[in-house]
Ligand binder design. Structure first.
Ligand code: ZN
Length: 163
């Protein structure tokens, strides 16, 4: 990317997408540097939490299966592909990494079967309440709707507990 002086201004030659075509254009060097700095700052602030959450997702999933002794908790299968299902969606950050919110299911009971957790959530919930009890599931539901407010050190602590 070439630098070009025009008058007293410095421009940077860059390739940009314009109406679906890549064209070469000029951008003020000061604007370019500012954009670059913003991009870097964003990356820096995002990284530790995102990285931790990704690690926690893996640890959580592994622990849910391990606690179930690698057995589908619904049908008892051990010879099928096993998934760790979030009882309340992982979009709810407050319960995303709680082991109580996890259940080990084979792919049939998780996604593909007629009465699977994803295809028939109502009958899955009924089954779950008879398996775990109504109160624990209701507790979990309330937790899932609460504000997460998890700091990075909370996440670090969760990582420590999940190991
Ligand atoms: Zn199953």
């Amino acid at each position: 990317m070439k630098l070009i002086e025009i008058g007293s201004q410095t421009y940077r030659e860059c390739t940009v997408k314009y109406i679906g075509l890549w064209v070469t254009g000029l951008i003020l060097e000061s604007e370019y540097q500012e954009k670059l700095a913003n991009k870097k700052a964003k990356k820096r602030t995002k990284t530790p939490r995102k990285k931790l959450e990704a690690e926690l997702d893996i640890l959580w999933s592994e622990k849910v299966k391990e606690n179930a002794r690698y057995t589908c908790e619904k049908c008892g299968a051990t010879d099928k592909q096993l998934n760790s299902h979030h009882i309340f969606s992982r979009a709810h950050r407050s319960t995303r990494f709680l082991l109580e919110n996890g259940i080990c299911l084979c792919v049939g009971c998780h996604t593909f079967g007629n009465e699977s957790a994803h295809l028939d959530p109502n009958s899955f919930r009924k089954w779950l309440e008879s398996y775990r009890g109504v109160a624990p599931i209701e507790w979990l539901e309330i937790q899932s709707k609460g504000r997460a407010g998890l700091t990075v050190s909370d996440l670090e602590f969760m990582k420590y507990k999940l190991r």
